[in-house]
Design a binder for this molecule. Structure first.
Ligand SMILES: NC(=[NH2+])NCCC[C@H](N)C(=O)O
Length: 411
């Protein structure tokens, strides 16, 4: 089998992608815990699954190989030792500190068939599901209304965030939000243990297990063979970007520039890809509100310097000019979400109008509901493939967030 990772652009023909079909984790959302689980409403499971299947089929129809996270994780836990280690890691990261609860949960999970176990961990474990151990401590005797031992992970269908392919390596991210921290453990086990990946020594540019600072895939955009953009956002810290830059410059020679782009730290903006995506060689979608007065922004280009301990950092303020410079182009079009209209713009951005998934240069998958942005993209000559989105959009992520590309053709 060929080397399993190759991403040198945002727009090269998509070959292989990881998706996660929403499952029972979505049924474990209740109004009380929506905020902490990063949802704004409760999706209706049969419909969100139908919409997700439509998305997957749309990609397959265009020749994309679709891999499902649940299958990959299941296939990665191929020995009793790995399975047990995985369960213990999950329980530790779920902060199960009480020994007998830890033991009971471990027994319960290990008694399940591997795929069922993986789905159970994703869905969450309610307190009522396991035998209450004999209560011996004071804290156990106190009434605790919180329903879960293991929280559900309803954001898993945004496979883009916990891990991202860059060049021939990956970032397996330390997630910013508590609700998403455990998600990247799945990809860690896949990269380390799945036969498709484990036989290669895959470089990990940013590793959840030893990085101190948060970074998420929604902020990671591969502009070209030699340039990667990373959002400095509510989810990705400047320190994480600097550590990543040192690692990637040390581990390979192709990528020479990291463009760090600061965006406002708000929930509507969240990641760089909620406000800015690449749709063609010379075209990007943008939510104009990321630019300040006079279109000023904080942009920094990070490069190697002669001193191994320090990076060369150049400050820029104009996005368009910086894009032209790093991509070596004379003209670039920035296509405004909702046509820049004061109502349609923020409305469509809230439903991920700028969050396009390019599957080839000038060919993108978008949510059908963002009709103003879609029409505008077509006017710019982009082929727009629309997918269903009533329930999928409730999680605040679009086609780019819902996909983790592994391989794209060179452009
Ligand atoms: N790459 C993205 N834009 N991802 C969107 C993730 C949405 C998810 N509810 C969260 O808050 O984390």
């Amino acid at each position: 089998m060929e080397y399993p990772l190759h991403i040198t652009s945002e727009i090269g023909e998509l070959q292989t992608v990881i998706l996660h079909r929403p499952g029972q984790e979505v049924e474990n959302l209740t109004p009380e815990y929506l905020g902490r689980l990063l949802f704004d409403d409760i999706p209706y499971l049969p419909i969100i699954q139908k919409e997700h299947d439509y998305f997957a089929q749309t990609l397959r129809n265009r020749g994309v190989e679709v891999l499902y996270l649940t299958n990959l994780v299941t296939e990665s836990l191929h020995s009793p030792e790995i399975k047990k280690q995985f369960v213990q890691d999950i329980l530790k990261e779920s902060k199960i500190r009480d020994k007998s609860t830890f033991y009971n949960l471990q027994e319960y999970l290990l008694s399940l068939d591997t795929k069922e176990m993986v789905e159970k961990i994703m869905a969450g474990v309610r307190k009522s599901e396991i035998e209450p151990s004999k209560k011996i401590h004071l804290f156990e005797m106190l009434e605790d209304h919180y329903p879960f031992y293991l929280d559900p992970m309803p954001n898993l269908y945004f496979t883009r965030d916990p891990a991202a392919t860059i060049g021939n390596g990956v970032t397996i991210n330390r997630m910013m939000e508590k609700a998403r921290k455990r998600e990247s453990l799945f990809m860690y086990y896949v990269i380390k243990n799945h036969p498709r990946f484990s036989k290669y020594d895959i470089p990990i540019w940013s590793n959840r297990n030893n990085s101190e600072f948060p970074m998420e895939g929604g902020d990671e955009l591969v502009f070209s063979k030699d340039t990667v953009a990373i959002g400095i956002s509510a989810r990705t810290s400047a320190k994480a970007i600097e550590d990543f830059a040192f690692n990637i410059f040390k581990g390979q020679d192709e990528i020479k520039k990291i463009v760090a782009i600061e965006i406002p730290k708000s929930r509507a903006f969240m990641h760089l890809d909620t406000v800015f995506t690449m749709v063609d060689y010379d075209k990007f979608t943008i939510h104009p509100n990321i630019q300040g007065p006079g279109e000023n922004m904080n942009i920094f280009i990070l490069e190697k310097s002669k001193d191994e301990e320090i990076l060369k950092i150049t400050h820029k303020t104009n996005l368009l000019e910086t894009l032209k410079e790093v991509l070596g182009l004379k003209e670039i079009a920035l296509i405004s979400c909702g046509g820049g209209d004061i109502i349609a713009g923020p409305r469509e951005q809230w439903n991920d109008g700028s969050n396009t998934l390019a599957i080839a240069p000038g060919v993108v998958v978008t949510y059908e509901r963002n009709y103003v942005s879609n029409k505008l993209l077509r006017e710019y000559g982009i082929e727009v493939i629309e997918v269903l989105s009533s329930e999928l959009s409730r999680g605040r992520g679009g086609p780019r967030c819902m996909s983790m590309p592994l391989v794209r053709k060179e452009i």
